[in-house]
Ligand binder design. Structure first.
Ligand code: SF4
Length: 405
């Protein structure tokens, strides 16, 4: 049997939904056909355990070798075949030729002044670049994971939205981001990281719309959850979406109780549509119905993310509108003053406006909290590091002819 690393043959309905998502008439639609055709070389981390076992057997070795390899990858966080000291060299050579194990290349790494936030821009094997962030709190170590290189959704307040979509990440590339920080935490002597030996939580809120890369997202989630993988509880993981309604409905059917967060940001279609182009396809009424059905089906609360943009969606009237929309729903609202985006005139709300907004929302009995983005001093919001690096390269390239004259 020849084992393919592709996530093949999604069920017919799912394939139809994914095709519809790809065909959405979003501002960066031009990027989509290109992105869909891009397939990087697959790696060892793209295999789930069953696939790895089949490959090991196909190469002429007993199945228990797959278990040993699995342990090296997910318990010892091996970054190189050479570290797998108890495995036969011929197996490692054959496997390396078939599926390389190359850790992600670090392009830029920034650490916030307090040492609690560490942001990395990674380069993938085909040159695509993605960002991941490690955020340390007293009680947890959370990694913010990317699921796509770039993003097609075009949200106006987001740096990644300015980039367009390059391609979906493979499951192994999603997994690699977390393994990078597992390696860091298990070996570092940095004082700021003391007490954190393992990644404890994941938020799929980095570059990309996770539900547009549904199959690879779930392949990675199962790897994180696998007791012989990273053994992370489903409730320690949160997937955030701009509101791809058919995918939310699918998410409700999944067997693992992974948390769902919705990027809402406005409570009426006019304003939301001006901030999130996806709202033209899935307006608020449709989105809310999908959320209610999700809650009924899963009995789990939904988190709503509300980025506060100064003078745009942060008035007391906007708060009342949000209160009316969510009243009676099993939910929690995260209010997030916007991080500045390079090249954008939009700014985060002032402390005073945040407080006034929160007070109005609380009057409606909506559970809420204010979340300040960690690592503002290192451009920790999604896509900022990549945009900043690209801008610096452009500036350098523009200067080049004069410098060489
Ligand atoms: S906020 Fe999320 S979905 Fe919107 S453009 Fe940015 S990465 Fe994409």
């Amino acid at each position: 049997m020849t084992v393919s690393l592709e996530v093949n043959n999604p069920p017919e309905g799912l394939a139809r939904d994914l095709a519809a998502i790809e065909a959405l008439n979003l501002p960066r639609k031009d990027a989509l056909p290109l992105a869909a055709s891009r397939k990087p070389r697959q790696t060892l981390l793209d295999y789930d355990f069953g696939e790895l076992t089949a490959v090991v057997k196909e190469l002429g070795f007993p199945a228990f070798r797959a278990k040993q390899i699995w342990g090296w990858l997910y318990q010892k966080f091996a970054a190189d075949y050479g570290e797998m000291s108890n495995l036969p060299r011929p197996l490692l050579e054959k496997l390396a030729a078939k599926a390389p194990l190359a850790p992600l290349e670090v392009v830029v790494e920034k650490v916030a002044g307090d040492g609690q936030t560490r942001k990395v821009l990674f380069r993938l094997a085909d040159g695509a670049e993605i960002e991941s962030v490690l955020m340390l709190y007293p009680d947890r170590a959370t990694v913010c994971v990317s699921t796509q290189a770039g993003c097609a959704m075009g949200c106006t307040f987001c740096a990644t939205g300015q980039l367009g979509l390059f391609r979906n990440l493979q499951a192994g590339e999603i997994v690699q981001q977390v393994l990078h920080f597992e390696r860091y935490l298990s070996t570092t002597e940095d004082e700021a990281a003391m007490g954190h030996k393992r990644v404890s939580n994941l938020v799929f809120m980095g570059m990309g719309e996770p539900l547009a890369n549904y199959l690879n997202l779930w392949k990675a989630i199962r790897r994180f959850h696998d007791p012989d993988g990273l053994n992370m509880g489903a409730r320690k993981m949160t997937v955030s979406t701009v509101g791809l309604v058919p995918m939310i409905r699918r998410f409700a059917e999944e067997d693992l109780p992974v948390n769902l967060a919705i990027s809402l940001h406005a409570a009426n279609d006019t304003l939301r549509g001006s901030m999130l182009p996806i709202n033209h396809r899935f307006p608020i009424a449709e989105l809310m119905q999908a959320c209610r059905d999700y809650i009924e089906k899963s009995n789990r609360r939904v988190s709503f993310e509300y980025t506060l943009v100064d003078g745009q969606n942060d008035s007391p009237a906007a708060a009342r509108e949000l209160g009316r929309l969510l009243q009676g729903m099993l939910c929690h609202v995260n209010l997030i003053p916007m991080n500045p985006v390079p090249g954008s005139s939009q700014r985060g709300s002032t402390g005073e406006r945040v407080k006034a907004f929160q007070a109005e929302l609380t009057r409606f009995g909506i559970p809420n909290s204010v979340r300040f983005e960690k690592g503002r001093d290192i451009q920790a919001a999604c896509g900022q590091l990549k945009v900043e690096k690209d801008a610096a390269e452009l500036k350098r390239a523009a200067k080049q002819p004069q410098e060489t004259l």
